[in-house]
Design a binder for this molecule. Structure first.
Ligand SMILES: C[S@@+](CC[C@H](N)C(=O)[O-])C[C@H]1O[C@@H](n2cnc3c(N)ncnc32)[C@H](O)[C@@H]1O
Length: 308
């Protein structure tokens, strides 16, 4: 399970930019198959890692892989949004770096019964943490037409959001939509075949983000991170779509600025102390050969900042 679980993306670039120090404490908020964590632990023989994942399959796979480093790693099945509480539990008051490699792993996408992909017939689930009860089935069958259209538009950037929302609400008056295949069929009935793949990807992405509250997890954790990353420590985030990347980019820009700027009242902008220095003016993307070996790396963008 370990070797095929997930190929870590931008591995070398992450490790270089995290600037791993002797005795440093690093948090990997998205453990997955443990590829990034393993590389951090190998980079320096005295550093420690606290790693999170919400998915128990990820935890099991990574625990096995990281057994040789057991004395230097704590693994928690938890949302990275709980970072501050969990650091408190372990009496850790500051860390030297935080890595977030967002979204889902290859294992999750390719595990048919998790319901993330329209490529497999499966119950509409899509919870990264399958102990959660709120699922894609609830979104698809309980949200009203306007709520569905809004998430397809805002979280999927889908321009046919209204038509698709209408088709779903009409279809479920006959019978509930229970599976990925049923949902895909409803969408494909109203979208020309040549657009089907991209449209299905956008709609499935939107539902997944909603089910797992992904954008709020990210916003909250970026804010919290500044309270716990030590001066000189690093924040590294890999995003896979423009919604996440925009949140990271705007957060870094605001925190690196020495002004509080309100676009509605530009004349009232006030001075403040910047809390971050941006290391990557432009995001780091994968080289051709990485994309060739691992197509998932194609959309990856790594942004790094230092706590000042
Ligand atoms: C892209 S994969 C990370 C892969 C990992 N870097 C590796 O080298 O294998 C993302 C992982 O983060 C987990 N995840 C996503 N959002 C999370 C959150 N808010 N809290 C904890 N884990 C999360 C997912 O369950 C998934 O296993």
């Amino acid at each position: 399970m370990t070797s095929t679980y997930h190929n870590p993306v931008l591995l070398h670039e992450c490790i270089t930019h995290l600037n791993i120090r002797p005795n440093g404490i690093y948090v990997d908020g998205t453990l997955g198959g443990g590829g990034h964590t393993e590389a951090i632990l190998k980079q320096n023989s005295s550093c420690k890692v606290l790693a999170f994942d919400v998915d128990q399959d990820a935890i099991k796979s990574a625990q096995e892989r990281l057994l040789p480093f057991a004395s230097r790693i704590i693994i928690e099945q938890a949302n990275f949004r709980q970072l501050r509480q969990i650091l408190d539990v372990h009496k850790i008051s500051a860390i030297n770096g935080l890595l977030l490699d967002l979204g889902v792993s290859s294992f999750q996408l390719d595990h048919s019964q998790k319901g993330f992909s329209y490529r497999f017939d499966a119950p509409l689930k899509m919870q990264m943490n399958d102990r959660e009860s709120f699922s894609a089935r609830d979104v698809v069958n309980e949200y009203d037409e306007e709520q569905l259209a809004d998430i397809f538009f805002h979280l999927g950037e889908e321009k046919h959001s209204r038509r698709i929302a209408r088709a779903i609400t009409k279809s479920r008056t006959q019978q509930p939509i229970e599976t990925t295949t049923q949902l895909a069929r409803v969408i494909m009935n109203i979208i020309p075949e040549r657009f089907a793949k991209k449209t299905l990807s956008r709609i499935f992405q939107a539902i997944r983000i909603q089910v797992n509250d992904e954008l709020n997890n990210l916003r909250q954790t970026l804010n919290d991170a500044l309270e716990i990353i030590d001066y000189g420590g690093r924040l590294a985030v890999i995003s896979y779509h423009s919604l996440e990347d925009r949140i990271v980019k705007d957060f870094y820009r605001n925190e690196a600025s020495d002004k509080i700027y309100d676009p509605n009242y530009p004349e009232l902008s006030q001075s403040k102390q910047p809390r971050l220095e941006i290391v990557t003016r432009k995001p780091i993307v994968s080289a051709e050969n990485e994309v060739h070996e691992n197509p998932r790396a194609r959309s990856a963008k790594l942004r790094v900042a230092v706590r000042i």
